[in-house]
Design a protein around this ligand. Structure first.
Ligand code: LER
Ligand code: MN
Length: 282
């Protein structure tokens, strides 16, 4: 029904090969990888995936002030588009299905231009990138972030409007339950509203720890995901409890995000899915 993957972002500066080994050992089908293709060796990543019997599921795009789809500076907007194109190429080389897209730098919380103008820049960029993704056999997915990480698209209803305006089969909606636990009045209803647009999923609990460590209701969320007919990747994007998303990752790290959370996450979801489906995906 689903394939499971774990985002190695939370492993911080640990060599990717070690993370790939852990994710494979804990029973995942795939590995989600941070997109920094200019500093990553495709061949050795592909070899590590193959050696461990897993595939690359998805590439997450990291948007910074230098790569911001809606910057008021044309050169920065172009750098962001070129960066996502490089992630699409990287995904194609690794055989990954998904590349993520969010139209602002991460942790930029107010606009530089009129919001209508920024929306238009974002829509033009998404149309260009979706066409590129289609050519590479990859799907571009729009991920709303919470209000402390962005301001432009924070809720599913906005993402749905945006996706419908772009109107490309290569652009889909991505749900991240951590952001949704802050912004959505009803996470399961938001997923149902996205329906067939749902194209990628990040699970994390309300505190961004492993599912089961916070107060998010994953039973209603998994039921909603099943009801949309979604058959893609279930990924876990977990992060330590800090406001500075990136700062924590270059620090000492939090060992529980390696173990037990890598093993716990997939076990937690598979138990819920087995309960909901009568064992079809246990
Ligand atoms: C990326 O997937 C995300 O959810 C952001 O919060 C940046 O980590
Ligand atoms: Mn996410």
């Amino acid at each position: 029904m689903f394939r499971y993957t774990y985002n190695t972002l939370v492993y911080g500066e640990e060599p990717l090969e070690i993370g790939i080994e852990r994710v494979a050992r804990d029973g995942y089908d795939g590995v989600e990888i941070v997109g920094e293709p200019s500093t990553m060796a495709v061949n050795s990543i592909a070899a590590a995936l193959e050696d461990n019997g897993v595939v690359a599921s998805s590439i997450i795009s990291i948007f910074t002030p230098e790569r911001d789809i809606v910057s008021s500076k044309a050169l920065v907007r172009r750098a962001a588009i070129d960066y996502v194109k490089s992630n699409i190429e990287f995904a194609g080389q690794l055989g990954a299905d998904i590349v993520t897209f969010t139209p602002t730098a991460c942790m930029k919380i107010s606009p530089e231009a009129a919001v209508e103008r920024e929306w238009e820049w974002a829509r033009e960029a998404a149309a260009e990138l979706a066409a590129e993704a289609g050519g590479a056999g990859v799907k571009l997915v729009l991920e709303p972030w919470n209000r402390y990480e962005t301001y432009l698209i924070t809720r599913a209803e906005q993402a749905i409007r945006f996706i419908d305006e772009v109107d490309s089969p290569h652009l889909g909606y991505m749900a991240d339950t951590f952001h949704m636990s802050i912004e959505e009045p009803d996470i399961a209803a938001a997923i149902r509203a996205a329906g067939s647009r749902l194209s990628h999923v990040h699970l994390a609990d309300s505190n961004r720890a492993a599912p089961g460590q916070g107060h998010t209701d994953f039973v209603s969320i998994m039921q909603a995901i099943i009801d949309t007919g979604y058959q893609g990747w279930i990924s876990y994007e977990l992060l330590p409890a800090a406001g500075d998303v990136w700062g924590v990752l270059s620090g000492a790290g939090a060992p529980e995000f390696k173990e037990p959370y890598t093993a716990d996450s997939i076990r937690h979801t598979k138990a819920i899915v087995a309960q909901l489906t009568g064992g079809a995906d246990g």
